[in-house]
Design a protein around this ligand. Structure first.
Ligand SMILES: C[S@@+](CC[C@H](N)C(=O)[O-])C[C@H]1O[C@@H](n2cnc3c(N)ncnc32)[C@H](O)[C@@H]1O
Length: 123
């Protein structure tokens, strides 16, 4: 029962949006994910950010892979994906491909085409 409630809360758009709006500045301040990911993501690679939320890590990885690389940014939450699309547009990123989709359905990604998968905090 409690587990089901937690699952519903975690998956709700408002929760995700609020949490990351509030915690975003703290996460950004320490750039923890970037430090962890940086050694693995190289220029020209294709990466997938599963559960990308509003794309804080997707944007960083887009910088790491450069214009020759590509970032698939995938999240269930349509609002988050829309926010990421706006950021990518504003920042002039052409190497991010956002998808509002479950990470369980990645049919838009070609088999064996991804070099690195970042999947933090999704269910
Ligand atoms: C805790 S946030 C993590 C955000 C980001 N990965 C990070 O490290 O800052 C989890 C995100 O995963 C998304 N999510 C949860 N389950 C998912 C699933 N099965 N497929 C795609 N996205 C999912 C939620 O909508 C939410 O935006």
């Amino acid at each position: 029962m409690i587990q089901k409630m937690m699952l519903r809360l975690w998956r709700s758009e408002k929760f995700a949006f609020l949490t990351f709006s509030l915690l975003g500045p703290i996460i950004k301040l320490f750039k923890l994910a970037h430090k962890f990911v940086r050694p693995y993501v190289k220029n020209g690679q294709v990466v997938a950010d599963l559960g990308c939320s509003t794309g804080y890590n997707s944007l960083a990885m887009a910088d790491f892979v450069g214009p020759e690389g590509k970032v698939y940014a995938v999240d269930l939450n349509k609002k988050s994906v829309r926010a990421l699309e706006k950021k990518a547009e504003k920042g002039g990123y052409h190497n991010i491909e956002p998808h509002a989709s479950s990470a369980a359905d990645l049919s838009f990604i070609e088999d064996r085409s991804v070099d690195f998968v970042f999947a933090n905090g999704l269910l």
